[in-house]
Design a protein around this ligand. Sequence first.
Ligand code: PGA
Length: 250
Amino acid sequence: MNQLIAGNWKMNGLSSDLTEIETIAEIVATSAPQAQILICPPFTLVARASQTAAGRIAIGSQDCHPGICGAFTGDISAEMLRDSGASAVIVGHSERRQMHGETNADVCAKARAAWRAGLLAIICIGETEEERASGSHLDVCQDQLSGSIPAGANAQSTVIAYEPVWAIGTGKTPASQEISAMHAHIRHCLTGRFGSEGASIRILYGGSVNRGNAKEILALPDVGGALVGGASLKAVDFHAIFSAATVPPS
Ligand code: PGA
């Protein structure tokens, strides 16, 4: 499966920023990159972003409620996202886990909601700086994986994003060997639970990916793409990152 380069715009983006999506969509239409390209703008731009993208790149969202509809003021269901043109949703981002108290069980319910609506679930996991310093990072990520991924996951429905919390928005990235070791561990957990399906679920790396480090990170074994925050906001930077995607072995 091709690498997936996903942009997470977080709480950034006004109507005027749709030009960045227009530019990326044009680049993709003319250059046909190896990677699959996805941008997840804020809720307010999903419908217009998907019109702008016109199928040339995929548009996703950054969170969803586990329910279909009902009295949940301020929440958005996976079905609403699908209806707005989204084809994917990020769930369990560390900012949601930390600032909104989301548990593994919450994340699991949201991933199930994504599947129910026909969306790709991008399930995020990752350790804090303290957890890495104490040497518990592998166990922490294993627990997040087992609690956050619903039964029945497969490569069509699910992507895992490994994002060390300490690398997000800090400009710090793990050493290549550290990324490789964690991705190998995640792969081991996925195949242990899902068998051959687990072997093909893509594992993205996220956390301070930029035009300078993308090539090295995307060339690592078991790195199935990247989840990019700050460097996805401008087409010129995002283009440099997705141009560095590698062709998967056939
Ligand atoms: P960053 O964010 O690339 O700005 O570090 C990544 C993310 O939080 O998904």
